[in-house]
Design a protein around this ligand. Structure first.
Ligand code: IMP
Length: 434
């Protein structure tokens, strides 16, 4: 049984968590392959909104095994906090339900301190979770892997040494106070004791699961345009959030992937710096962002920062479809567009007197592009009660068909609200054309 992959197709925050949650009941394993606690998946379970940062979204389905793959960077304290929160919501997170890859790297206080120092010195607007420094250490071969937690005493020694090394940089280069290496080491020794039972060779586990025909969902964090290689560098995260990240971040072969689902919002948002061609300001931006009174309004679920908002950029979405070989799109937040007299979708970029129909690799060039819009009629009817395609107004069908035609992938799921049942499954008339 091949792997289904679920990826963000924009700048993150597309609503991947709620789509994974919907698909998790159909699979045996949900496996996270990239990122760390910079991610934030908000799920509405009954009357409760739960925010997951590191735990895969299958954690709320009892029969589902959840894997934190080797491509993820794990902050042990954040993970323990999240496990405690989920436990207190009545879902018990035991090693039967969760496995952490030996080969995933840990995020330590030194990484967070460096992230803060880099940002203060003129950064890109990171989530300050230590993601970049942790992946830097991994690539520089200074990193500490989760597997070290199997021996808490050795782990504590490694954490102490890491903290002392970071202290030298903090004090000498950035003129910042050092961290208390002894207390950090003690805190992480205790965390290692608690997390050791969850450690596993997750690549081997997945190989066995594939051989047994188990159904696997690979869950991405962040998204195509935040990918370290293919996103708007340097305004990106430090992992591969595109399809290649599944292979390296879980250790599975390409032929095991059977289906790729891209999640895209019906408009665009991004947090942090970087080019955003369709960005809006003023009343319309405030309207799309929401007041913040609802957990699903456009405020970062990890940092609470207001998200930048704009019209749907179909050039960027087509780029994500092509990069990832997306078979199907899940289109979220269609309900938010209701009530607008007309809608715009970006179908090309203007750069000086040139019209560009592809997403440029050069972020500096992208930053100087302006949007070429196609205007579509809006819809006035409430769509949040829609449960099947027939419930949607003609203008919404037209919007979805435009997305499909331009992006080159069928829209198979449409979400019209945060509740589990506010999800429409549809048969598309187009087939994948990338
Ligand atoms: P970092 O991943 O914390 O290093 O942040 C790098 C960039 O990615 C910043 O612009 C962040 O706002 C953005 N980013 C990281 N994780 C997410 C996410 O889950 N959703 C949206 N943006 C994110």
């Amino acid at each position: 049984m091949p792997i289904t992959v679920l990826l963000g197709a924009q700048w993150g925050d597309e609503g991947k968590g709620r789509i994974t949650d919907a698909l998790a009941k159909e699979v045996d394993i949900v496996a996270r392959f990239n990122g760390g606690d910079n991610a934030g998946h908000s799920l509405t379970i009954g009357s409760q909104v739960v925010r997951l940062h590191l735990l895969p979204s299958g954690i709320f389905h009892d029969a589902c095994l959840n894997i934190i793959g080797n491509g993820v960077v794990v902050n042990p304290l954040s993970l323990l906090k999240e496990i405690a929160e989920v436990n207190s919501a009545g879902v018990s997170v035991t090693p039967r339900r969760l496995r952490i890859s030996h080969a995933a790297h840990v995020i330590l206080p030194g990484h967070r301190a460096l992230d803060a120092a880099y940002e203060a010195a003129g950064g890109i607007g990171t989530t300050l979770r230590g993601i970049g420094p942790a992946y830097s250490d991994k690539a520089a071969r200074f990193g500490i892997r989760c597997g070290s937690m199997a021996n808490p005493d050795d782990f504590a020694m490694a954490v102490r040494a890491h903290t002392l090394r970071v202290n030298a940089i903090l004090t000498r280069v950035y003129d910042r106070p050092p961290l208390d290496a002894e207390s950090v080491a003690e805190e992480y020794r205790a965390a290692a004791h608690q997390l050791a039972p969850f450690l596993e060779d997750t690549a081997a586990l997945l190989h066995n699961a594939l051989a047994q025909g188990q159904r696997i969902l690979a869950e991405g964090a962040q998204a195509a345009l935040l990918d370290i290689d293919h996103g708007t560098y340097p305004f990106v995260t430090s992992s591969n959030a595109t399809i290649g990240g599944v292979l390296t971040g879980l250790g599975v072969p390409p032929r095991a992937i059977g289906r790729v689902i891209g999640v895209a919002k019906a408009f665009n948002t991004r947090v942090g710096g970087g080019p955003f061609v369709t960005e809006l300001e003023g009343d319309l931006a405030a309207r799309l962002r929401g007041s913040g009174a609802n957990p699903w309004d456009e405020y970062g679920s990890t940092t609470g920062r207001p998200r930048r908002v704009g019209w749907l950029d179909l050039v960027a979405l087509r780029h994500a479809v092509r990069l990832n070989g997306i078979d199907e799109l899940a289109l979220t937040k269609l309900d938010v567009l209701r009530g607008l007299p007309e809608l715009h979708v970006c179908i090309a970029y203007r750069f000086g007197d040139r019209v560009i129909d592809h997403f440029p690799q050069d972020s500096a060039l992208l930053a100087r592009c302006t949007p070429v819009y196609q205007t579509l009629p809006g819809w006035q009817d409430e769509v949040s009660h829609a449960r099947c395609p027939e419930d949607l107004p003609a203008e919404a069908h037209n919007f979805i068909a435009t997305v499909e035609r331009f992006a080159g992938a069928p829209v198979s799921l449409v979400s019209v609200g945060p509740e589990r049942e506010q999800l429409i499954r549809r048969q598309s008339t187009i087939t994948r054309c990338n």
